[in-house]
Every structure is written in C-alpha cells, then in structure tokens.
Design a protein around this ligand. Structure first.
Ligand code: ADP
Ligand code: MG
Length: 330
C-alpha cells in the first residue's frame, strides 16, 4: 500500500529540519507562523530543481534532497544571510517510501546542519520536481548585493569551480571515472553552500553572487548589476588537480563555464583584503574590477564551446557582455 498524502507529510516532513524557537507554528496548519527578531531584514529566495533539467534521471534521492536545499541556501549565503525557515513543494510520480527516505535524509541532514527549519510546503503527484523557498535573516542594511563592486576592487572565488560540472559529466558517462572523479561527483551530488563565508563577507566584500550558471557568466551578472567591467586572469583560476586529471584539456573551460558549483564569487576593495576570513575554504584572487562593461578574459582557454553559462530559454548558452567573453584568446 502506498502512503497517502497526509501520512506521507506526517512521516517524512512534519519533523524534518532544525528546531527553532522563532517558529510558532510549523507543518500542519494552513500556513506557518514565525517571529523574526528585531533589527533584521528577511532575505527570501526560491529555486526549483527538475529531473532532466537540473539533474539527470536516476540521480539518487539523497542527492536530490540535499541539492534542492543547497541551491537555496547558496542564495542566502551570497546575500550574507543566516538561514531561518524553508518551505518545500514536492511533486512526485508516486508515493515511494524508499525514495522519500533517501530524499528526506539528504534534505534533513543539510537543514539541521544549517539551522534552517522546514515549516511547510505542498505535496502533489506528477513528474518529479522539487521547489524550496527559503527565508534568511540579515542585520538591517548589511546584506551583500551584486551591485556594489567598484573599479579597482579585487575579484575572488571560493573553492574549485568546474568540479561540479565535471562530476555531472562523469555521472552521464561523457568523462571517465578514475578514482579522482569521486570528488567531482560528490561536488555535483552534495554541493556545500558557503554559508559561513557569506556571513563573514558582510562588511568586507563590496559585491557577491553565487556561482550557479558558470563563473564567467555569473561574473558578467555581478558586473552588470554594479555598472562595471572585469578582467579575469586565466592563469589565476583555481583549476583543481582532480579536474585536470578527469577533464584534461577541458579543465580550464569547465572552471570558467561549468555550472552547479555554488561557490561564492565576490569583489573586495584593496583596503579590505586583509579582512578576508580564513574558514578552511580556499579563496582565490582571479581578477580585478575595471571601469566600463563586460568581462575580459585574459589568457588562453582551450577546448570547444561557449563560456556564457546556462540559460533556460537560450539553451546553447550566451555571451553576457557587449565585448563578448572571448577576450584576446579567442
Ligand atoms: P493545504 O491544503 O491547506 O494547503 P496541505 O494539505 O497541502 O494544506 O498541507 C498540510 C500541511 O502540511 C501544511 O502545513 C503544509 O505546509 C504542510 N506540507 C505539505 N507538504 C509538505 C512538504 N512537502 N513539506 C513540508 N510541509 C508540507
Ligand atoms: Mg489550507
């Protein structure tokens, strides 16, 4: 007997996520009730993940549960907000307890670790899709935005971008799977939202964005929002040894254009560089903000394909700048 909708919600979602004192009423009524502390702004974000669009059919349920929350927490991290409350809208082809156990395990572990409470949602039947909406708290006036970068600021990125896109290619069989590939696969399956980093960048970074569509594309968005340009040095990119081992000549291109990393990309004024936090995640200086518009990529990028990142309606990718993303090398 498959579980009915009510039993399913009770069993898998009624007590998932962190317990928070500011939740007056969670799962079970027509809406949740929460009480924000004084002096904060509430950061709101929602992201969907769909089978066949954001993840390949057959990806394990634990990874799907983790990812749908992680992509949302990453948006809070990019704003410098602290996670508080989440809603989950889940569409399932069937009520499959084993699948739901895996999904909840992934979602619940990350939610507890991040201090976010699951306060409600919606459950329907249909093609597999999950939508999470999150609310985070940030001291009034202190949120990080895309729009504050100024010419002369240094550009930094966390972690090793490109690994997640390579991990997806490994899962799909288009890249080989030596031992080094396991790290890349887990970067795709279980991305780590950079919450502590985002928090610590408040008052230090002048602008911030999370890398979901690709480093070059997301830098283009930060520049457009700030009304500036950027010079990005290919030789400075944090292309990891695992990425080079698995992707070979395409490693640099994946680092620039691969999506799904959920690293933070941010600008820092010269006099604040000494205040960058040491949190055990590598921060790499990859370029500089300049006057003007567009991202100039300085250095050689091997391999085929656009660097413009993913666009749901312009499927083949796009260039994000008036000058184009090729730079002198292309
Ligand atoms: P309604 O029909 O009034 O919208 P539902 O029957 O859809 O209520 O949901 C009942 C309760 O369960 C609500 O509190 C809702 O927020 C919660 N809920 C439903 N689906 C989920 C889910 N996937 N995760 C968390 N809470 C859920
Ligand atoms: Mg209702």
């Amino acid at each position: 007997m498959p579980l009915g909708e009510f039993e399913l919600i009770q069993r898998f979602f009624a007590s998932a996520g962190a317990c928070r004192d500011d939740v007056v009423l969670g799962v079970g009524d027509d809406a949740a009730l929460v009480v924000p502390p004084p002096g904060v702004e509430i950061a709101l974000a929602a992201d969907a993940i769909l089978e066949g669009v954001h993840f390949p059919a057959g990806l394990d349920a634990e990874a799907i549960g983790h990812r749908v929350l992680a992509v949302n927490l990453s948006d809070l991290a990019a704003m410098g907000a602290e996670p508080a409350w989440a809603l989950l809208s889940l569409t399932l082809p069937r009520s499959d307890s084993a699948w739901l156990e895996g999904f909840t395990r992934g979602l619940d572990a990350l939610a507890r670790r991040s201090g976010i409470a699951l306060v409600g949602g919606d459950t329907t039947s249909g093609p597999l899709a999950a939508v999470v909406s999150v609310a985070g708290l940030v001291p009034r006036g202190q949120a990080l935005r895309r729009s504050g970068a100024r010419p002369g600021d240094w550009i930094y990125v966390s972690g090793a971008p490109g690994e997640a896109a390579a991990g997806l290619a490994v899962l799909q069989g288009s890249l080989p799977r030596p031992a080094a590939a396991e790290r890349l696969v887990s970067r795709f399956r279980l991305p780590e939202p950079r919450l502590a980093l985002g928090n610590a960048l408040r008052g230090v970074a002048s602008a911030c964005i999370d890398v979901s569509d690709g480093l070059a594309a997301d830098l283009g968005k930060l520049c457009a929002a700030s009304g500036v340009g950027a010079r990005l040095e290919v030789a400075s990119l944090p292309v990891s040894a695992a990425l080079v081992e698995v992707a070979g000549a395409d490693a640099t291109r994946l680092c620039l254009a691969g999506g799904d990393d959920y690293e933070l990309l941010f600008a820092v004024p010269g006099d604040r560089v000494g205040d960058l936090p040491e949190l055990g995640v590598t921060l790499t200086r990859i370029g500089r903000v300049v006057a003007g518009a567009g991202v100039e990529i300085v250095g050689e990028v091997r391999g085929e394909g656009p660097l413009g990142g993913y666009d749901h309606f312009l499927k083949e990718g796009r260039t994000t700048t008036a000058r184009g993303l090729g730079g002198p090398s292309q």
